[in-house]
Design a protein around this ligand. Sequence first.
Ligand code: ADP
Ligand code: MG
Length: 604
Amino acid sequence: MSTATVTGVAGEDRSDLSKGESRVIRQRSLRLLGSLVAPMKVKVTWTLVLVVVSTILQVSGPALIGIGIDRGLPALLKQDWMPISWTVAAYLAAGVLGALTIAWYTIASAQISQAILFDLRTRVFLHTQRLSLEFHESYTSGRIISRQTSDLDSIRELLDSGINQLVQGMLYSGFIAIAIFAVDWVSGVVLLCSLVPLYFLVRWFQKRSQVLFRISRVASAKLIVHFVETMTGIRAVKAFRKEKRNEREFGELVEDYRDVNAKTIQLFGLFDPGLVMIGNITVAVALLIGGLRVASGSLEIGALLSVLLYARRFFDPMEEMAMFYNSYQSAAAALEKISGVLEEQPGVPEPAHPIKLDGARGHVVFDDVNFHYKPGRDVLPKFDLDIPAGQTVALVGSTGAGKSTLAKLISRFYDPSSGAVTLDGVDLRDLTQEDLRRAIVMVTQEAYLFSGSVADNIALGKPDATIEEIRRAAQAVGAHEFIEALPDGYDTDVNKRGGRVSAGQRQLISFARAFLANPAVLILDEATSSLDIPSERLVQQALQTLLADRTAVIIAHRLSTVAIADRVLVMEHGRIVEDGTPAELIGGTGRFAQLHAAWRDSLV
Ligand SMILES: Nc1ncnc2c1ncn2[C@@H]1O[C@H](COP(=O)(O)OP(=O)(O)O)[C@@H](O)[C@H]1O
Ligand SMILES: [Mg+2]
């Protein structure tokens, strides 16, 4: 008895696709499958030959027993040992070789399926990592996780057991049918008759199980989604005391899942006995007809024994073969989804003919840029901006004005819809990712720490940095004191007890990282907003160091940060509405002057 495989997450039903789209998707999966199998053609062919040989050896047993009885025994009674010795030797040889070939192809087919899975797993990981931010903003991490886990699992199940069992089962039953006909055609006809009820039983099982397995997959996917959402949103769950409601919802989902599993078990409870019954009746009929013919002398007793042994074995692989369709279906669905991810193109492709950048100076220009995330909804309608090398620019404006979008365009997480963003006169699209990432660094509010030590996390900015450089970077941004105070100082594991750092401290670590990276252009997108006022004061001083000698764009929601800027830009609805030095704007009568006055009043 097999259990259902979990595939995908609810809401990815394909029933609303047109015929043409389904064909394109099927071709896409076949292409992927072909590319996975192609490097292993020779091995696959070899394995197939082995399976055929192995099955023939396994099927030869009952025929040899029959021959032993019908030829060997009479000869033995006449003191002729030869025939029985030969059949016993052949039986033994078939048994030993059969076992060896089973071992051989089991290993070979496992190697093939492991190689395919390894290849697929690596491809999914490398490809999703290469895809642009644009993809990751729309494709949730939950879906990527199910590509890597449950989808690959159902493919593994198909490769590991499904295909093996289908091929073996088909060969086994096929060779047995041939053997029965070869030994005694009348019994062959009896076996053929049993195929009629068998066909209906298997059809009924496939139809029912297909429905049940689909329901089961959806139920378990819902269960997973509910679980993941509860756990990732556990703070909100606790803050709003949603536990009781979650408990009820989860209880219902668990019950649905249990119900459908109970139904699946009932289905097997009918299918398995059905199979056994058809098998037993077939053997009984073959025994009745064969017995009568042995009595009348038209069939030898050994032949009857072979036929009966064959008839029993014929039904052995039926359950696995009936199950194949289910594992095939979930694997096909999984392959379709995986091939979909693999054929996603990065929104910001690497240039075919990159222009080398030797030591960027940091002159950033927006040249007649238009940008939208979705067609028809311009975020930056028509944007021109020139930031000379070394300038510190503060960017302010209300939420949704397009500040972060501007930052993402400078870091080339997106490309402009039209126009160009240039660095030192070179279109960002002509730079290699390597040059670009070295020249331009963005620090955002979500200062992410990877597992590892504090020093490792700072060294991300410059992988070959010495511990001295790491310390200097931490000192420069004012992070040194708190790092020294951690249990193991710079070697403290950020995920271990005692290594837990606050949001503000995380932010300081990410500043040290950026300082160490020493880019020509640094962008801080609300990077200080998770800091409290005293830490922010501290960072203010650090910022002076961090921003010296480089181009900087600071997006700040606290106006105190603006004081260290050479130039302030006020942005509204994707346009720059004010542009000047802090002193000019504060002294003027525009939006910034109003904002600044209101802010100053709030301080006293
Ligand atoms: N990934 C995205 N997809 C679609 N629209 C987006 C996306 N990110 C931002 N926007 C939209 O672009 C506009 C500008 O957003 P953003 O640049 O984040 O503003 P700000 O950082 O100034 O608050 C907003 O209207 C926002 O809804
Ligand atoms: Mg923003």
